[in-house]
Design a protein around this ligand. Structure first.
Ligand SMILES: Cc1cc2nc3c(=O)[nH]c(=O)nc-3n(C[C@H](O)[C@H](O)[C@H](O)COP(=O)(O)OP(=O)(O)OC[C@H]3O[C@@H](n4cnc5c(N)ncnc54)[C@H](O)[C@@H]3O)c2cc1C
Length: 466
């Protein structure tokens, strides 16, 4: 369990249980957490470990063996999966198209001598359903409108342990446990101090929100009850709490997109008969839901899954050269244009620019691990404006987003960051510095949305000194 870290609404878990049932063999749920990945910090570890602590209880009640492993030093877990595989019939794992997971899984498949199945539980559209990428949301939406109906009713089991099973109990050999001890109760249950022994970045502290499916599900319930009906009007306003706030739990796999979709559908008694037969790529009116729910599903499905598609089919998704040709050409043409200001990574990181709205967004990122979506766009556009070359802007956005954002290192991270540079967008009237790439200004943002409350919370004269 390396990406879809949850015990319900999970195709991978369903597949593993089906194998265990048909073979009459025990199931072992193995959930590792590496230490040596780039940007590993107290923030990300705490969130994942919250989920692990929850899994102990659920799997004990279901009488299924669980092996949570938190790597004590980079590389210490090497050989563990191979050791486990020696007493396994097969391994089922999560297919995930970004960050270090694809290469880790390829290496794992080479190291073990049993079947290793990668199961895709990333989105409503199976990754394998598309064999090409899309240059804009409009084209992907058209594809979804044609292809998604046949997959919409195919959901993972919401409660896979509700059925009594007569699976024999699994055990992990004492030799394996001696070399790779299971995460202790102290580590799983403890506060920030238990993380201090791990070789991860302690300067990026845990966020206030709790990880795990229960917390993610509570957030989903609150959004369905109080947020969804005003999503269209309030989403862009940082003072109105108009977004779902679900991206951290989606990123860590604690909540499934299928569960969210079913909650939205259930709220309005939706059935597939409501889907429009048209596939013209238009945003409104396809799902047969009210405009707020349609808008939300467009973000959750079109915008989220266009990134999974891109990462899966374009191994260079994180490289500057993966930008569309028109964007690279126009950015290059304007790379020599004078910049109104230039900042280093350290100045950006410390929220030490001249722009109080930008600084406020950076402060929120450092403190809470998220930035409100509208300001996240502005945050990226200004980094493009205040660095000598778009390649440097890209490096700075990736570094800050993936270090601090609790939903970072995700296909969505690369969708958002590369959107700033023109991916999935069209050309706009040409202007200095941006060329034909869409520009944004703090002044126009302040005209469009009320940021006074936001500035009250995150404004301030002092730089962060990080
Ligand atoms: C520079 C930049 C960096 C970004 N980095 C990330 C990131 O690291 N991780 C991340 O999950 N999102 C990222 N986004 C996209 C977007 O800002 C967040 O998904 C959104 O703000 C999350 O808040 P929410 O869960 O309340 O979203 P909601 O508005 O409630 O939407 C529900 C879900 O839909 C998806 N979604 C919403 N907006 C977008 C979008 N514009 N693009 C792709 N998917 C979307 C997310 O999965 C989100 O959780 C980035 C955007 C930009 C401009």
């Amino acid at each position: 369990m390396v990406a879809q870290r949850r015990l319900s609404w999970n195709f991978g878990l369903d597949r593993a249980l089906a194998h265990a049932d048909s073979l009459g063999k025990p199931l072992l749920v193995f959930e590792p957490l590496r230490a040596g990945y780039r940007w590993a910090s107290d923030r990300h570890h705490r969130f994942v470990i919250d989920g692990m602590a929850e899994h102990v209880g659920v799997l004990q009640a279901a009488r299924v063996a669980y092996y949570p492993y938190v790597e004590p030093s980079p590389g210490a877990g090497k050989g563990l999966l191979e050791a486990l595989s020696r007493s396994a019939c097969l391994i089922v794992t999560d297919r995930y198209p970004a960050f270090f997971l694809p290469s880790m899984q390829e290496a794992a498949a080479r190291a073990v001598s049993v079947l290793l199945e990668g199961v895709d539980s990333c989105g409503l559209l199976p990754i394998a359903a598309a064999d090409r990428t899309f240059s804009a949301a409009f084209h992907f939406r058209r594809f979804l409108q044609k292809t998604l109906p046949e997959h919409l009713l195919d959901a993972p089991d919401p409660d896979p342990f509700s059925r009594e099973r007569a699976l024999p109990p699994a055990t992990v050999s004492a030799t394996v446990l001696r070399r790779w001890p299971s995460a202790s109760g102290d580590l799983l249950g403890g506060g920030p101090s238990v993380l201090s022994d791990l070789p991860i970045d302690h300067s990026v502290g845990p966020v206030a929100a709790c990880g795990g499916s229960a917390a993610g599900r509570a957030r989903l319930r609150r959004f369905i009850d109080t947020g969804l009906a005003r999503y269209g009007t309030d989403r862009n306003h940082p003072d109105r709490d108009g977004q779902s706030g679900l991206s951290p739990w989606l990123h860590w796999g604690h909540v499934s997109v299928h569960e969210i979709f079913h909650a939205v559908a259930a709220r309005s008694g939706w059935s597939p008969a409501r889907l429009s037969p048209r596939s013209d790529g238009k945003r409104e009116g396809w799902w047969g839901l009210d405009p707020d729910a349609e808008k939300f599903l467009d973000e959750l499905v079109t915008w989220r899954e266009i990134g999974f598609n891109f990462c899966a089919l374009r191994p260079n998704y994180a490289e500057y050269d993966s930008l569309p040709e028109w964007a690279r050409a126009t950015l290059e043409e304007h790379a020599g244009d004078p910049r109104p200001a230039l900042y280093s990574l350290e100045q950006f990181e410390s929220a030490a620019t001249h722009d109080e709205l930008w600084n406020a967004a950076q402060r929120q990122l450092v403190a809470e691990g998220v930035i409100h979506n509208y300001l996240r766009m502005l945050w990226g556009k200004k980094i493009l404006e205040w660095t000598p070359h778009p390649r440097q802007a890209l490096d700075i956005m990736v570094e800050l987003n993936n270090k601090y954002a609790i939903d970072g290192r995700d296909p969505n991270s690369y969708t958002g960051i590369f959107w700033v540079l023109g991916r999935f967008d069209r050309g706009w009237p040409e202007r200095a510095l941006y060329g034909k790439v869409r520009s944004m200004t703090s002044a126009s943002t302040r005209r469009k949305i009320d940021v006074n409350g936001y500035l009250g919370r995150w404004g301030g004269q002092e730089s962060l000194g990080v």
